[in-house]
Design a binder for this molecule. Structure first.
Ligand SMILES: NC(=O)c1ccc[n+]([C@@H]2O[C@H](COP(=O)([O-])OP(=O)(O)OC[C@H]3O[C@@H](n4cnc5c(N)ncnc54)[C@H](O)[C@@H]3O)[C@@H](O)[C@H]2O)c1
Ligand SMILES: [Zn+2]
Length: 344
């Protein structure tokens, strides 16, 4: 398996299958609580069996699917399970599932007794290249991801065998973030998609996407600066996501086209058409109909990163050359025209 260290403390292992032993060495560890979600239960059970065979007292707790897992009520029920197990500072929380599971697992681990070990076994593409790595955790209270702590896993195991069994819709969710990683930090990754489309080798896509995230996390562990480059496509993307029934990845694809359009106008970004072609080849949307423009504009205007000069957006001067800039409303409007979000 390939190994990579992120933020000086997370060992990311990439390859087909599982490592042995499953968890980093720790003789004092007695208990492991495995958190999972419906689609990943079989895998969680297999991991739990392995942990039991390594003489660890192991319980599996199923969380509700997707964002239904990211509530304070669910977190509270996990704490009660941890209390029943008498989990101590030597014990470990394991997340097996998509980003909703790794977010909750990281959050409960980071807050139980002010922080115990967490290890992730992501089962979606998005969690493998993004959510499981970087130390951000979050639950939804009064708004998405408004409550969280920074808490790094000690190990993240990306099993590329699992990624090859995912349904196309979940693959596209990951590919959108992988293209984003390439655009802000790895021109070779962009070229890989340009040449191979969705046939791009999974392991290389994962490794390159994670390297981009890892270097930005290393530069900016607390997300106060350069890490914002990972939000490329997300300012308009999030607004489109909330104003539509599109998935996160589809919305980010549209957000990247919009941001590339603004980049062409304000920064002379030369590769707008290239970005559009790559996303089209990956079956990701580059234009939509039927989205309420007023609502999108309103949502963009409420973005956390707004100041007096406009909304702070990540723009590209070139592929792999991002920059944060305030963008005035007129440019946002032109970008919405470019992705087909018209006035009604
Ligand atoms: N902490 C971070 O840095 C960070 C970064 C990006 C996203 N996120 C969070 O991640 C979440 C989205 O991630 P996601 O899409 O991975 O999460 P998810 O947990 O919502 O999973 C999406 C769907 O995939 C299913 N699934 C999981 N594994 C599967 C498999 N192997 N085969 C088939 N189906 C499977 C799940 O049951 C679910 O229905 C959001 O809550 C988001 O806020 C966090
Ligand atoms: Zn995203």
């Amino acid at each position: 398996m390939d190994r990579m260290i992120v933020a000086g403390r997370t060992e990311v292992m990439i390859g087909a299958g599982l490592p042995s032993p499953l968890l980093p060495a720790n003789r004092a560890r007695r208990n492991v609580l495995v958190l999972t979600q419906p689609a990943a239960t079989g895998r969680a059970m297999a991991i739990a069996d392995r942990l039991r065979s390594e003489a660890l007292n192991t319980e599996v707790m199923g969380l509700p699917d997707r964002d239904q897992a990211k509530t304070i009520q669910v977190v509270s029920s996990v704490y009660l399970a941890m209390s029943d197990m008498r989990m101590t500072l030597d014990d470990t929380v394991v997340g097996v599932g998509g980003g909703s599971v790794t977010d909750v697992a990281g959050f409960v681990a980071g807050t139980w007794m002010r922080g115990i070990e967490v290890v992730h076994f992501p089962t979606t593409f998005l969690a493998s290249i993004d959510a499981a790595v970087g130390g951000k955790t979050g639950i939804n209270v009064g708004g998405k991801n408004l409550v969280g702590v920074f808490w790094h896993p000690t190990r993240v195991v990306v099993d590329t065998g699992i990624l090859s069994t995912l349904p196309g819709s979940l693959v596209r969710e990951g590919l959108a973030e992988a293209v984003k990683a390439g655009l802000v930090g790895d021109p070779d990754l962009v070229a890989l998609f340009e040449t191979n489309g969705s046939e791009a080798p999974t392991e290389e896509v994962v490794r390159r996407s994670l390297s981009v995230k890892a270097s930005l996390v290393d530069l900016d562990p607390l997300d106060r600066g350069e890490r914002a480059f990972l939000n490329f496509g997300h300012t308009i993307g999030h607004a489109v996501e909330y104003a539509s029934t599109l998935s996160h990845g589809e919305s980010v694809s549209l957000g990247m086209v919009a941001a590339a359009h603004v980049s062409a106008e304000l920064e002379g970004f030369p590769d707008l058409l290239r970005v559009v072609r790559i996303l089209e080849r990956l079956d990701l949307p580059v234009a939509v109909e039927g989205i309420d423009r007023t609502r999108v504009l309103d949502l963009v205007g409420r973005d956390k990163k707004r100041n007096a000069e406009g909304v702070r957006m990540v723009l590209l001067r070139g592929v792999g050359d991002p920059v944060l800039r305030p963008v005035a409303p007129a440019h946002i409007e032109a970008a919405l025209d470019a992705i087909g979000v018209q006035g009604r």
